[in-house]
Every structure is written in C-alpha cells, then in structure tokens.
Ligand binder design. Sequence first.
Ligand SMILES: C[S@@+](CC[C@H](N)C(=O)[O-])C[C@H]1O[C@@H](n2cnc3c(N)ncnc32)[C@H](O)[C@@H]1O
Length: 175
Amino acid sequence: MPQVEILEQKGYHFLWIDSQMFMWDVPEEFEYQREIARQAHGNVLVAGYGLGVSQKCLLENPRVASVRTVELLREVVDECRRVYGSIHGEVFVGDFFDYQTERKFDCVIGDTWAEASAKHLDEYIRFKRKARSLVKPDGKIIGWGMDYLEYLLTTRSKRPALTQDHNQSTPRPNR
Ligand SMILES: C[S@@+](CC[C@H](N)C(=O)[O-])C[C@H]1O[C@@H](n2cnc3c(N)ncnc32)[C@H](O)[C@@H]1O
C-alpha cells in the first residue's frame, strides 16, 4: 500500500507518495497552474489529482464548464479531503491509462509525473496517446512541463542512454 502524506510547512502543503514529493501548493505553482488553466475551456479531464491545485485553477476559469479528474490513489483523495476539507470537481479513482468513457472532452490535461525530466518521457508519450482517444477532434491536449518535455523528445535521439547515476533528471521548474 502506498504511503501518502500531506505535510505542512510555513502554511504550505507538500504531497509525498512513498519517498517522492509529487506536488506543493506554493504561490509559484499556483501561477504555473493558472497559466495552464487559462488555456482550457469546456469540459476538462485531468490525469492526476495531487493537491487539486490545477483543478482549483480550472474551476476559477469562467470558460471551463466542468472538471473531471482520474486519480490513481484513493489515499491521495482521502488525504486531500482530510487536509483541505473538500476536493475540487469530480474525481474518479483509477489508472488514467485504463480509463474508459464514451464521453469526449474539450481539453485533456496530464499531470501524473513528479517532474518534467527525461526519465518521464515514456509516461508523457503514453499520456498523449491516451489523451488523443479522450479528446474531441477540435479539442486540446496539455501536459505539465510540456514545452520542456517536447524539447526533450526532439533531442532524444542525440542524448546518451539514461543510467541510474546520469539520468539528466531536471526537477520540476516550479516544484
Ligand atoms: C504531480 S501530482 C498532480 C498535481 C495536480 N494536477 C495538482 O494540481 O495538484 C501527480 C498525481 O498523479 C497521480 N497519478 C500517478 N500516476 C497516475 C495514473 N496512471 N493515473 C492517474 N493518476 C496518477 C499521483 O498519484 C499524483 O496524485
């Protein structure tokens, strides 16, 4: 069973899943998530609940009609309810990559990775593939750290293979 904890420091929250910090709710993260939320409209599907920062920002955008999230871990949702008292939007517990629905969304947002780095490129590629099956033909697919991940994709063949000691991991710019 995963160890999920939200720790508080100086009034901000930090989501730990096992030994990895996945999300924080510091002002800089809100700014970044607001930028993503500003690009969204209509019915939005998000992969990964975290601390619900993106969901809160999306619901503040008047052009967004609804926000549905698929979150892998029930413990994350329970821990957010315990800490914040409520959650933002509709949340389904399950693996985004297995998520099935007849519904098509105006926007699909991916934020399941702990950081934008070369070691998460395969997950990002999988996300885009799955998102294509869930978005309307004229809809939008957005990923956290997408500009950097797309850059890594274009330069992937030129980089040496990753190893444990040399993994070109770059921490999330704002996390
Ligand atoms: C970086 S956090 C999400 C941050 C969130 N968007 C926010 O604004 O607070 C990543 C979340 O994705 C979840 N996750 C990881 N893999 C997943 C998957 N395959 N399907 C659904 N959720 C996943 C993690 O449990 C974690 O809660």
